[in-house]
Design a binder for this molecule. Structure first.
Ligand code: TEU
Ligand code: CA
Length: 539
């Protein structure tokens, strides 16, 4: 039987920015509960909830100080139980973020570990000898600088692949692994729908060989985790893996291997950065390359023995219409195009909060307006290296993580209806035009395209299980593909560009399924409008 998560559409909520219920300017669990009817109307099956656990908030909750407590800024454990229950009533499952590559430095395990070399928790983390100004090796933190931090008290270094307040856990310690499994079972017993696993590809690391992603012990640990936790349950699991190839993605998701349901892969993320450099080193996107990567992940995975996810946005990457579409002249058209082209592909689609109404990036003009630790650390590092402020800010405005973290725009009232207080991060001033209330009123809004795409998936097995077949020779700017199942044939056509494009295909149209411009009767020698996208069922 097809598992539920193959037919599902998942909606990611970034709790801090979703809906504030008590006027402190910070989104919270009660706020999420108040918006469940809206999400039910959209039609989603599951919510991936970014972390709401107790945390000092250095990395907005990806630094966890207590895995079995809710951070007071988000509410209480009762609120969490209510959210699970209220969501379930609406046939929505709650998928928790599992951040187990590292903890916060305020976690009781780390506070203990730091006390002495023979503390029972010492080996929960990764410690190495060294001298005060000589780090053990060249491993780098994703948030700038060395991944090694000197601890003056015990005269050793600890590893942190992210901020120094996010010490890496030592997965080679079986006691630590058991603690993690116990914690996962605590959440499973609450009736959650699954886990999204933060940077899970790093847990099998071999620091002495400077191996972080895809280390030798990664898959054995995941198999052990599966067996000890979610294995026997009807749950979905998705691993965040920045360094997957289609082959590696199959290793994670082949049901016979008993690891995960699917992964997130990020191959398209490098397409607008200079090769071999950092994400901040910009270059224009080549649509032909984007198309190639999309097709690669549709055709090089054997969906009979593996599975994959589909997404444009999350809390770490910019709004797609600002990045690769046109968020001004063609905001609505390009938003619908990205939705149509992705949601009719093979895999499980994810929508990031606000994407369904076409929210856009919002630029800053000074570093004081930036909240994200990754951007701030990079700013300081590059300033010290002699970069010009305006160039660093340009990178932050193009790629910084605050772009997607702006409060969700609910209506045209104060603070976009997000909060009655001062939002923790400034609302994008375009909320007067772009907001949920407006979108719900307008039958042509981006919202209704997403709603319809979800419905098409739920009602048509060809969207879930159909084979993917590329239409060849359409040029770099046009992506067209067939989905085929048991004689049913759907054709999806998308103009990825803001210029008109020619397209020619002889098809007898049996049914017009969805589109972002006027319906067409023939696809022979047609001129596609900027960002035009549609799907038809063939005779
Ligand atoms: O992201 C992992 C990760 O690799 C990102 O930090 C990435 O380097 C960067 O954002 C790309 O621009 C996950 C979470 O999604 C992120 O929010 C956390 O900050 C990070 O792990 C650490 O937990
Ligand atoms: Ca609040």
């Amino acid at each position: 039987m097809t598992p539920w998560w193959k037919k599902a559409v998942v909606y990611q909520i970034y709790p801090k920015s979703f809906q504030d219920s008590n006027g402190d300017g910070i989104g919270d669990l009660k706020g999420i509960i108040s918006r469940l009817d809206y999400l039910q109307k959209l039609g989603i099956d599951a919510i991936w909830l970014s972390p709401v656990y107790q945390s000092p908030g250095v990395d907005n909750g990806y630094d966890i100080s207590d895995y079995e407590a809710i951070d007071p800024q988000y509410g209480t454990m009762q609120d969490m139980d209510d959210l699970i229950k209220e969501a379930k009533k609406r046939n929505i499952r709650i998928v928790m973020d599992l951040v187990v590559n590292h903890t916060s430095d305020q976690n009781k395990w780390f506070i203990e570990a730091k006390k002495s070399k023979d503390n029972p928790y010492r080996d929960f983390y990764v410690w190495r000898d060294g001298e005060k100004d000589k780090v053990p090796n060249g491993m780098k933190s994703a948030f700038s600088g060395s991944a090694w931090q000197w601890d003056e008290n015990t005269k050793q270094y600890y590893l942190h692949l992210f901020a120094k307040q996010q010490p890496d856990l030592n997965w080679s310690n079986p006691k630590l692994r058991q603690k993690i499994y116990d914690m996962m079972n605590f959440w499973i017993d609450k009736g959650i729908g699954g886990f999204r696993m933060d940077v899970i590809e790093l847990i099998g690391k071999d620091p002495d060989k400077e191996i972080s992603a895809n280390g030798p012990m990664l898959h054995p640990y995941l198999q052990e985790m599966n067996k000890n936790t979610f294995g026997g349950h009807d749950m979905m699991t998705v691993g965040e893996t920045w360094n997957s190839t289609p082959k590696i993605a199959e290793e994670y998701s082949d049901p016979d291997r008993h690891e995960l349901s699917m992964v997130f892969q990020f191959e398209n993320q490098g397409l607008d950065q200079q090769p071999g450099k950092e994400k901040w080193d910009l270059r224009p996107l080549d649509l032909g390359e984007l198309k190639k990567v999309l097709v690669k992940w549709q055709t090089e995975i054997d969906f009979d023995h593996a599975w994959n996810s589909l997404f444009w946005e999350n809390h770490d990457i910019p709004r797609v219409i600002s990045r690769w579409g046109n968020d001004k002249k063609y905001r609505v058209q390009s938003a619908k195009m990205f939705a149509i082209v992705l949601h009719l592909m093979h895999g499980t689609p994810y929508i990031y909060n606000g994407e369904e109404i076409g929210m856009t990036n919002y630029p800053v003009d000074d570093i004081s307006q930036v909240e994200d630790i990754e951007s701030i650390n990079m700013y300081n590092e590059r300033l010290a290296q002699g970069y010009a402020k305006k160039d660093i800010l340009k990178s932050i405005n193009a790629k910084g993580r605050d772009n997607a973290r702006r409060p969700v725009q609910w209506n045209d009232q104060e603070n976009a209806g997000f909060s009655k207080g001062t939002p923790w991060l400034k609302v994008n001033p375009n909320y007067k035009e772009i907001n949920v209330q407006q979108a719900l009123k307008d039958p042509d809004s981006v919202f209704y395209t997403y709603q319809k795409l979800i419905k098409l998936r739920h009602e048509n097995p060809v969207v879930v299980d159909g084979d993917f077949k590329l239409v060849e020779n359409t040029g770099d700017s046009v992506l067209a593909y067939w989905r085929i199942l048991d004689g049913e044939k759907w054709l999806v056509v998308a103009n990825l560009s803001g210029e008109k494009q020619e397209f020619n295909q002889k098809v007898d149209i049996n049914k017009w399924l969805i589109g972002n411009y006027a319906q067409r009767d023939s696809l022979e020698n047609i001129e596609l409008q900027p960002y035009e996208a549609f799907a038809v069922k063939a005779e």
